[in-house]
Design a protein around this ligand. Structure first.
Ligand code: ADP
Length: 626
């Protein structure tokens, strides 16, 4: 942004303001109140001047929009005046005026009758009645002139003040005075300077106690009075330009001229344009006010990135406004052009912020990298949290595992120890009992041995150290031998195992011990989680290119959400824990890993409360090599 851009923008905004006023004003009267617009005048080819909108406190006769007509004073009120002034029959005069107030249709006559009635009430010591009428006048006819020149609202206001003064109602007087001074500041009708001065002086004289509010209202009136006088000089001077040091009207048709007006009491700009029809529109705008109202928008448009610090100072060096983005240093001062007041514009370059620099340099590539790094950092943080959470969870599972395994190890050992002691101390008498004890000890040590196998295998599998020895094996035979060896243990606890293998099963290449461990773990789980059921079905068959070995129970089942998790290490379902069924959480992890090494896979069908079926799928012609 340069200073020229700034001043060009001001010129364009002048044109916009003028166009807006020209479009709206003649048709619909004054447009919405623009506080910087002091006056807008249209002068036609015949030389007649029309004041469309203004901020004048009083009017010179030539600028009044409505020329006052002198009404005929010899109206129907003559009779009242005779009763009042000649015969001095006040009550009858009051009745007469009251009657006119009610019956006349002429506003001027009505107001005159009201004023007369109020005057007589006052004279006959009925101040409250007089006040009521003055109040009514003030409120209902604020824009009317008495006898075509006296602002009636101000007359009524002054009379109310006087009545309150006589009655000693000081508080009321002060409130009234404030209202009436506001009325002088915003005149409801057009009257001349004499009228203004008259009421201004009368109000001033009546003040008994000054207050800060009243003082400031009088000060504002003084200021506005001076401005009004200047404005009137400008508006009524030759060619509407009197105070400008730049001479006569110079503009060509349709070209807008702007000329500064700069007397002590007013800094303004006089704008003027003449259209093709020879009609000249002119306006006087309060420049400081105007600049303040448009500057934000202007600057925002000229310098959207806020790269410039900007200040405007008037001819006395007083700051009019400033937009500062960084600290206040190194300004370049530029004078305003001749068509504007003799002010100065101060500009300084703004040091862009960190992000702005990033954005600008290399069309945003650096910002992109910056965002990317920030994103990676966030991702890294999330990942660390996730891992930490995993590690903590795993640690918890591990410690649960240790406590579970210790228990699993301890219980068969305790049984074996107890029985050994009994046998050692010859406490068991019959051979039959002895044989039962030996068999139980055998079973418990087998259980122990399987558990230890599981733990050792788990650690080998976990660290990828387990060695497999693949041989061609008849699975049917393996299963039958397995069932034979466990039958005793199972029948003891009331379990019935149905084994189903109708096909001729081709041999498969497997590690015998590993597959036995798979079968043991699946059957052991089926027993553990059978609940009240005592039935387990095992089936072996070939389908397409694979062998399927399924272990089915009718026990507690597995909820759908656990179908995948149960193969994770140390994971144990909620239901077994709730039911107090012991376990270590590594059985199925081992099964899964072994089957994967055999290039097979596992499937599970289970309904909670109905039972589960685990199936091992092994490829028949797999060339497994480890
Ligand atoms: P453990 O049996 O020692 O708890 P597993 O790894 O063998 O460990 O099994 C993990 C979990 O899978 C068990 O805790 C149990 O919740 C579930 N599970 C395994 N087999 C069955 C089954 N036949 N019936 C119901 N739940 C089972």
């Amino acid at each position: 942004m340069t200073s020229e851009d700034f001043f060009d923008a001001i010129d364009s905004s002048f044109i916009l303001l003028m166009t807006e006023q020209e479009t709206y004003s003649p048709l619909s009267g004054s447009r919405q109140h623009d506080p910087s617009l002091l006056a807008f005048i249209v002068k036609d080819t015949g030389g007649s001047t029309k004041l469309i909108s203004h901020q004048l406190l009083f009017f010179p006769a030539e600028l009044m929009t409505v020329q006052p007509e002198k009404p005929d004073l010899q109206t129907n009120l003559k009779e009242g005046q005779r009763l009042e002034y000649i015969e001095r029959r006040y009550p009858e005069a009051i009745r007469f005026y009251q009657d006119r107030i009610i019956h006349t249709r002429d506003t001027a006559e009505k107001i005159q009758a009201m004023v007369a009635a109020a005057r007589l009430y006052n004279r006959t010591n009925q101040p409250d009645r007089a006040k009521a009428i003055y109040d009514e006048i003030r409120q209902n006819y604020p824009g009317s002139l008495l006898n075509g020149e006296i602002p009636i609202a101000l007359v009524a206001s002054l009379e109310i003040l006087k009545i309150n003064q006589v009655m000693g109602r000081m508080d009321e007087m002060n409130t009234n005075l404030r209202q009436y001074l506001e009325l002088l500041l915003h005149p409801p009708c057009e009257y001349d300077k004499n009228q203004f001065e008259l009421f201004y002086q009368s109000f001033k004289e009546i003040v008994q106690e000054t207050s800060p509010v009243i003082d400031s209202l009088f000060r504002e009136l003084d200021r506005q009075k001076a401005r009004t006088e200047t404005l009137i000089r400008v508006l009524t001077g030759p060619d509407l330009i009197v105070t400008s040091g730049y001479g006569q009207w110079k503009g060509r048709k349709n070209e807008m001229t702007s000329i500064p007006i700069n007397p002590a009491e007013l800094t303004a700009v006089y704008l003027s344009v003449e259209n093709d029809a020879g009609v000249q529109s002119s306006m006087v705008i309060d420049f400081p006010e105007y600049l303040r109202s448009v500057s934000d928008k202007l600057i925002q448009k000229l310098d959207p990135e806020a790269s410039i610090n900007l200040k405007v100072k008037d001819n006395n060096g007083k700051l009019i406004f400033a937009r500062l983005n960084t600290e206040d240093i190194g300004y370049l001062a530029l004078p305003f052009p001749q068509n504007l007041p003799k002010w100065s514009l101060l500009l300084s370059k703004n040091k862009p912020g960190f992000i702005a620099t990033l954005w600008k340099a290399g069309s945003g590539i650096y910002l992109f990298i910056f965002i990317l790094i920030a994103l990676l950092m966030v991702l890294g943080f999330v990942f660390t949290l996730y891992t930490l959470n995993m590690v903590l969870r795993l640690n918890k599972l591990k410690s649960e595992f240790i406590s579970n395994v210790s228990h699993e190890l301890k219980s068969p050992l305790t049984t074996i120890r107890m029985m050994t002691e009994l046998l050692h101390h010859k406490r068991v008498q019959t051979e039959e009992r002895k044989s039962a004890y030996y068999s139980a000890m055998l079973q418990e040590s087998e259980r122990l041995s399987h558990l230890i196998d599981n733990i050792l295998d788990f650690s080998r599998i976990d660290e990828d150290r387990k060695k497999y020895e693949f041989i061609d094996l008849d699975l049917d035979e393996l299963l039958r031998n397995f069932l034979e060896s466990t039958r005793e243990r199972l029948t003891d606890s009331g379990f019935k195992i149905r084994y189903d293998c109708t096909d001729t099963i081709p041999p498969v290449r497997v590690d015998k011990d590993a597959i036995l461990q798979v079968i043991y773990n699946l059957v052991d789980n089926a027993i553990k989680f059978s609940g009240k059921s005592r039935q387990i079905d095992i089936s072996l068959f070939s389908k397409d290119d694979e062998l399927q070995l399924c272990v089915k129970d009718y026990g507690i089942g597995i909820s759908a959400k656990d179908h995948e998790k149960i193969f994770d290490r140390f994971y144990r379902g909620d239901e077994p824990q709730r039911l107090g069924i012991k376990g270590s959480g590594i059985g199925l992890t081992i099964v899964k890993r072994i089957i994967e090494v055999h290039k097979g896979h596992l499937t599970l069908k289970s309904i909670p409360g109905k039972g589960s079926t685990f199936c091992v799928h092994l490829p028949i012609h797999a060339n497994t090599e480890i």
